[in-house]
Write a new protein. Structure first.
Ligand code: IDC
Length: 544
């Protein structure tokens, strides 16, 4: 072979190698591209499906969240059509986070909302707990209800409560017990059960629950109640000179703290009225002035929505609103802060009277938008079947109603189980709103370390907490007083700078009432006029 021949061969060989390199390069790029696309939310979705508590799955979920973020970042550099795909997939993902939660049609006047809770292994089965709440948003009582859930094939009932359960073939049928046959207008019925399957995927086959009334599938549409709101903005006359309000002005929320107009940490402390309909005589300027004299800077106006004379039941709405207006005026003139409290209680889920709540807060926020001392408490104590998901949904509707008028006021949101489950809110707080706080309520003789632990968890996670109601006695509002437990509570509240209002400014014959039952004075109380809890309140408000 001559030199020329060798060089020709070399050129051919080099060319072949070059072509091969290019092909390999393209292939590697393609595979890598495919690998990256595995981070896309589409795949993420599949991971979330196994919404488990095992370590492995927790990891998957976390990874998931990360991936969600990555996916969003990637989106920016991608062609438009792909971006659209990803947005859709992300939406899918977030609804998939609620996997296990099933509703029948929420546009119905009466519907079932089914949520799944914990699950665990037992004797080769996986057991999952479900909660099904029938919400009757209509104005009529519902009788003879029945729920059917399909896709239960291969499943077994492990436990159930508040209903009669029959599992036959593919279908689980739930009918009423004698005590919950009637679902009152605006009421709810709360049912629970545990299902078990051999494998986890089977849970995914469960259908949405279907509600039947008197043997017929329920189809009545929910018609939103349009409530006329007549409100004019009011202008505060004056705030007492030298008052707390004059010094601290409009408050806002920063981290876990309330801060004043200068950005300094601030703390509200005061009392809550009893139900405005029951003890209206304590809504007077001198009464509030007496609390101010003890060192208080806050009055909470508690307006029951369902109990006797309640705003949404048989109450005189104009009279109740007049009491609120008087209360706001007196507090303002005295330079105190004032909470307008939508005091749900036996109407355990704020969604029951949501239309009225929207109209009410629309009116309040139009009226008091120029009052920098007004705070809105959008639901006192969700309880019974009301989950944090329900409360959150409600808050996401009500807060914008207030914000439309009052851009900055502090808004207090109740938490499930009579304002004990603050940890639930901390797991999934509201997003996109400023100046929102979450409430904890305690009755020192009943609620102790277990609730304080929840408060600590929430505080550690950075959740701003407000104690809009507490007393030293039992949860009934009566019974034993536990000073030691109250001290334990206040050690925590003091160290976290948590604001509070003590229940209740009235002379009812119950331990939580701050005035002695035989004292008829509605202001200017001397020590002998105050109950045991009243004396404690005076001392506490006087502390620096
Ligand atoms: C109680 C009152 C009592 C009244 C009752 C009505 O103290 O006089 O008859 O309500 O149901 C709460 C509630 C608050 C309760 C209080 C004491 O927010 O309305 O007031 N409490 O039971 N949560 C925990 C305790």
């Amino acid at each position: 072979m001559n030199n020329k021949g060798i060089s020709k061969l070399t050129i051919v060989c080099i060319s072949i190698i070059a072509v091969l390199l290019v092909v390999v390069g393209i292939l590697v790029g393609y595979i890598a591209g495919n690998k990256n696309s595995q981070k896309s939310p589409e795949n993420t979705t599949t991971q979330v499906v196994s919404n488990d508590t095992t370590e492995e799955v927790t990891e998957a979920t976390e990874q998931d969240n990360d991936t969600g973020e990555i996916a969003e970042e990637e989106t920016e550099d991608e062609p438009e059509d792909k971006t659209e795909d990803k947005t859709e997939a992300t939406t899918e993902k977030s609804s998939d986070d609620k996997k296990g939660d099933k509703d029948n049609d929420k546009n119905l006047a009466c519907y079932v909302k089914m949520t799944s809770g914990d699950h665990w292994e037992n004797g080769g089965f996986i057991v999952k707990q479900y909660n099904a709440v029938i919400h009757n948003k209509s104005k009529e009582d519902i009788n003879g209800w029945e729920i059917k859930i399909n896709g239960v094939k291969g499943g077994k009932l492990e436990g159930s409560w508040n209903g009669k359960f029959k599992l036959s073939g593919d279908t689980l049928t739930i009918t009423a017990e004698s005590y919950n046959e009637t679902i009152n207008a605006k009421g709810m019925v709360d049912i629970g059960f545990q299902l078990k399957f051999k494998d986890e995927d089977s849970f995914d086959n469960l259908s949405d629950p279907v509600l039947y009334v008197n043997g017929e599938e329920y189809t009545q549409e929910y018609v939103k109640e349009e409530i006329e709101v007549n409100a004019e903005p009011k202008t505060p006359e004056s705030y007492a000179s030298g008052s707390e309000f004059e010094k601290h002005g409009r408050l806002s929320v920063k981290g876990t703290d309330i801060v004043d107009k200068n950005g300094e940490k601030y703390r509200l402390k005061g009392v809550s009225t009893h139900g405005l309909a029951w003890f209206p005589e304590y809504v007077n300027k001198k009464s509030f002035e007496t609390i101010k004299g003890y060192g208080g800077n806050l009055i909470r106006l508690a307006m029951y929505t369902a109990e006797g004379g309640g705003y949404c039941t048989d109450g005189d709405q104009d009279k109740l609103k007049k009491l609120i207006d008087d209360g706001v005026t007196y507090a303002t003139e005295l330079g105190m802060y004032v909470i307008v409290d939508w005091h749900i209680l036996s109407d355990s889920n704020p969604q029951m009277n949501q239309d009225e709540a929207e109209a009410f807060f629309k009116e309040m926020s139009i009226k008091y938008k120029d009052y920098d001392n007004v705070i809105y408490e959008i639901c006192n104590e969700p309880n019974s079947g009301a989950s944090w998901a329900d409360v959150k949904e409600y808050a996401e509707d009500i807060i914008p109603v207030i914000r439309e008028n009052d851009k900055e006021a502090i808004i207090l949101v109740g938490t499930p189980t009579w304002c004990q489950d603050i940890d639930e809110a901390a797991k999934d707080p509201l997003t996109g709103f400023d100046n929102v706080m979450y409430t904890v309520h305690f009755y020192a003789a009943t609620h102790k370390d277990n609730i304080r632990d929840k408060l600590k968890t929430a505080h550690d996670k950075g959740l701003p907490v407000f104690i809009s109601e507490f007393s030293l006695c039992e949860a009934s509002g009566n019974g034993e007083i536990d000073y030691d437990s109250a001290d334990d509570w206040f050690d925590m509240l003091d160290s976290y700078n948590i604001s509070y209002a003590q229940w209740n400014l009235a002379n009812k014959d119950e331990a939580s009432s701050l005035i002695n039952p035989d004292c008829k004075k509605t202001d200017g109380w001397k020590d002998e006029d105050l109950s045991e809890t009243g004396k404690w309140m005076k001392k506490k408000l006087g502390e620096k």
